[in-house]
Design a binder for this molecule. Structure first.
Ligand code: SAM
Length: 243
């Protein structure tokens, strides 16, 4: 809810604005800011998704960004026939189109939409994946997202979603927060000259906590779900299937 002077950072239009502006440098910044861990975590997200029990599988990449997860999906899951990628940001979608042209991925369809307002068909997906797209959803939006995920998955369909998280119990937690809350905004101000969009990631990550709440939302929708933590909880994931 927006009060005068303070923007609602969970308003989809606000989120779209953040990523439209960040899209120019997103790929490079996410690599640098995560010290390259983001590559490993995307791969782990794909590897931890249960076996897709269908040949010629069709599935969804939600909050797909510029298509960062596609190379892992297409390389490591041979039975994928097509991926429909959904993202709300025009800037990110534009760069996803560039990636499609450069890489000649012919099994990808792009949809520019708010995933919570999309018209994806019920029981149409053999799998759903999402890498680093959860943190900009507050708890009520996470409940709606879990409902949507349960709706679009086929019975027997599988899912895996990963997100950068706040590793509260970790001995280096204070250092990690200092890096996200102080160092990154400083670097962004000096390198990107005034922009503060990537610095929002620190705020979103702190508020998000980890994937435990979303795991409960998915379980409430009748999905079988397992919570996973990577590198002391700096990233967490939910993986599972629709019975
Ligand atoms: C941090 S980026 C992750 C991009 C990519 N999946 C990756 O691995 O780097 C988060 C993406 O979620 C998208 N997004 C946020 N809220 C969304 C919503 N409600 N519907 C669709 N996309 C959304 C943003 O536009 C952004 O591209």
């Amino acid at each position: 809810m927006e009060t005068e002077g303070t923007p609602d950072i969970y308003d989809p239009l606000f989120v779209k604005g953040v990523f439209d502006r960040a899209s120019v440098a997103y790929r490079y910044w996410s690599q640098i800011a995560s010290f390259g861990f983001i590559f490993l975590w995307r791969r782990q997200c794909v590897d931890h998704m249960p076996t897709i029990p269908f040949d010629g599988a069709i599935g969804l990449d939600l909050m797909a960004g510029t298509g960062e997860a596609w190379p892992y999906l297409l390389k490591r899951r041979a039975n994928i026939a097509s991926i429909t990628a959904v993202d709300i940001s025009t800037g990110m979608i534009r760069r996803a189109v560039d990636r499609l042209h450069r890489s000649r991925f012919d099994r990808i369809k792009l949809i520019e939409a708010d995933v919570l307002k999309s018209t994806l068909a019920a029981a149409s997906a053999d799998f759903v994946i999402s890498t680093f797209g959860l943190k900009t959803f507050n708890q009520s939006q996470q409940r709606r997202l879990a409902k949507e995920l349960a709706r679009v998955l086929k019975h027997g369909g599988v899912f895996s979603l990963i997100e950068a998280s706040d590793p509260k119990g970790w001995a280096l937690h204070a250092l990690y927060r200092f890096y996200l809350d102080r160092v990154l905004p400083l670097v962004e101000r000096s390198v990107l000259k005034g922009a503060q969009d990537f610095s929002m990631i620190g705020i979103y990550t702190r508020n998000f906590g980890d994937c435990r709440f979303f795991a409960r939302c998915l379980a409430n929708e009748g999905l079988e779900v397992e919570f996973k933590a990577f590198f002391f909880g700096c990233a967490t994931a939910v993986v599972g299937r629709k019975p």
